[in-house]
Design a protein around this ligand. Sequence first.
Ligand SMILES: [Zn+2]
Ligand SMILES: [Zn+2]
Length: 272
Amino acid sequence: MYLVDYHIHTQRCGHASGEDREYIEAAISRGLREMGFSDHVPRFYQPKDTKTAITERGMNAEDLEGYVRAVSAYRKEYPELKIKLGLEVDFVPGWEKEIERIASMYPWDYLIGSVHFIPEWNYGYIVRETEHGPEEIYPEYFKKVAEAAESGLFDFLGHIDLPKRTFERLAPEVMAELHRELAERLGKAGAVIELNTYGIRGSKVPNAGLYPDEQLLRFCREQGVRVTLGSDAHRPQDVGADFERATELLRSVGYTEIVTFERRVAKAVSWE
Ligand SMILES: [Zn+2]
Ligand SMILES: [Zn+2]
């Protein structure tokens, strides 16, 4: 099997543990063909209203260079594994130029575009939202994910239905309609999404499962949205975690290929 884990954090973001090499060694021992570090981008955005607090955490800007250098060095140290250089970048409308600047700074293999908060509301992690309920959160979150895809700034989109980590899903017919609309926009944008296993480990509701839900993934496949794989590991032992569940889902939805990236060029590979 050709499996990749493209969503891996490091200590630099301040909320992940373990040494970089432990993540690499976990990827090797799990038999992954590629792994990619994709730590949280240093905060590049400021709220328009200076009184609004930013509670999202990322790398410190001064650590970015060292991160890039370290990943490049690991490639020489571990020739048995393809190690990719990625970055998880918040999608914040209005800051596109800054994202382009970060994209041009280093030879990234890919940028993950992720929605972690709704800037019109606040700059806190969406799963801890208290002022808005799920009936507002889901449509707004999906809208931002679609806009992230349409921006063309990113190589793939992270955890596209993240709010379910905390918030119960809406009524099935409402959810189905939202899923259908999102998949259509992603398809038109030529997007790649990740199948992210973090929901299984890190959720507060019992049935969060993988990101995205099977229904959303099916609509995505129908719309020609391609897919890659990520664990969203914040601990070395989570590299490649629950990939059996992920491949089972890929198979049942009918994805025979996953997308790999090198220097921001996508390539489909048969994973089975
Ligand atoms: Zn994180
Ligand atoms: Zn994320």
